[in-house]
Design a protein around this ligand. Structure first.
Ligand code: PLP
Length: 372
């Protein structure tokens, strides 16, 4: 039994340390808080994590997806192929530009889009594919980019959970027409709130810079209709501090995951599968529980092990998607998505875990084997 006075291990632990606070205060004291030199330096620094691609910082990961779709000219009449097993922001961004979401099923091992399902979902109206690198595991980008090239489609990578993940040595965000990242506090690194778009195309990068700033490069000389999705210099200063720590944190996540996968032996628990050539950066360490998941989660919580389901309801079952589909008589056949939503549980894997925490997690998970 874990000692009853042991602190519960949180599922995630965002870091706002002294360095982050000092960086924010430094910018606040400078009086120059809106998008400026800190944002430019953050973009330059992040570019090294996406193979030197152009980087454009914005105020959230959702804004990054939204602006990238706009910059690619995707809108009404277009379809975008999206996994339903993701955070709603993936599909929401498609609807925000007035395009239609087409859901495709996932690979049961990686939880990312199944290339075969993507191929089957393509119609004459398809404009783009949006692979999500879920939990920090890269989607099958080699096969997805091959499909996209063959059908002349854009590829919008949702890398909001996958900073520094890679496939065969190429970092996510460097495969598609563009990649998007989130710096929300619970992600592997944060900027309080924030997002980033990466792209190899200088023209798209310029359009993104215009779109985030009312369509202006020169003040009051608006070239196109844009929004205000700028990142503040306060956020960027925090993001730069976190970016410097990202490689070390990522190594810790990978090492923590390796420990968990080696020691979790419960017969009714499936540990994460890593595809060949993939660098999984474990934004989440997600197991499948065969049996009563609610009971398993309650038992883990009782043992002081934080846990959560990402995501209990696939996007196609959420009201803004489900209701119009019901009305239109549209039905999505997504058996792997439904199964994953019913079975997954994410365990703590964050870099702050101690050896003792890891042992407690393993003990609690292995105890599930005796009770479920
Ligand atoms: C977090 C997340 C987003 C959105 O990022 P925000 O910064 O919260 O707007 C988009 N897609 C996925 C897969 C995410 O996990």
């Amino acid at each position: 039994m874990p000692s009853s006075n042991a602190q519960p291990i949180p599922a995630a632990r965002p870091v706002i340390g002294e360095e982050e606070i000092e960086a924010a205060v430094r910018v606040l004291r400078s009086g120059r808080v809106v998008q400026g030199p800190e944002v430019a330096a953050f973009e330059e620094g992040f570019s090294e994590f996406v193979a030197g691609r152009h980087c454009v910082a914005v105020n959230s990961g959702t804004s990054a997806l939204h602006l990238l779709l706009m910059a690619l000219g995707i809108g009404p009449g277009d379809e975008v192929v999206v996994p339903s097993f993701s955070f709603a922001a993936s599909a929401n961004s498609v609807r925000l530009v007035g395009a239609d979401v087409v859901f495709a099923d996932i690979d049961p091992d990686t939880y990312c889009l199944s290339p075969a399902a993507v191929e089957a979902a393509i119609t004459p109206r398809t404009a783009a594919i949006m692979p999500v690198h879920l939990y920090g595991h890269p989607a099958a980008m080699d096969r997805i980019t091959e499909i996209a090239d063959r059908h002349k489609l854009a590829v919008v990578e949702d890398a909001c959970q996958a900073h520094a993940a890679a496939l065969h040595g190429t970092p996510v965000g460097a495969f598609g027409s563009g990649g998007t990242f989130s710096f929300y506090p619970t992600k592997n690194m944060h900027s309080l709130e924030g997002g980033m778009v990466s792209t190899a195309d200088a023209e798209i990068a310029r359009t993104l810079r215009l779109l985030r700033n009312q369509g202006m490069e020169q003040r009051y000389a608006n070239e196109i209709v844009g929004a205000n999705m700028r990142m503040t210099d306060v956020s960027a200063a925090v993001g730069r501090v976190q970016l410097a720590k990202l490689p070390g944190w990522t190594d810790r996540r990978i090492a923590n995951a390796a420990y968990l996968s080696e020691h979790i032996t419960a017969a009714n628990v499936v540990t994460p599968v890593v595809a060949e050539g993939a660098r999984h950066i474990y934004h989440q360490y997600t197991i499948r529980v065969r049996g009563d998941r609610d009971a398993a989660m309650a038992q883990l919580t009782g043992a002081g092990v934080g846990n959560a389901v990402y995501y209990p309801t696939p996007i196609h079952r959420l009201k803004p998607y489900w209701e119009p589909d019901q009305k239109a008589g549209r039905h999505w056949d997504l058996p792997e998505t439904e199964r994953a939503a019913a079975e997954v549980v994410s365990l703590p894997v964050h870099p702050s875990l101690t050896e003792g925490d890891l042992e407690r997690i393993v003990t609690a998970v292995n105890a599930l084997g005796e009770t479920l």
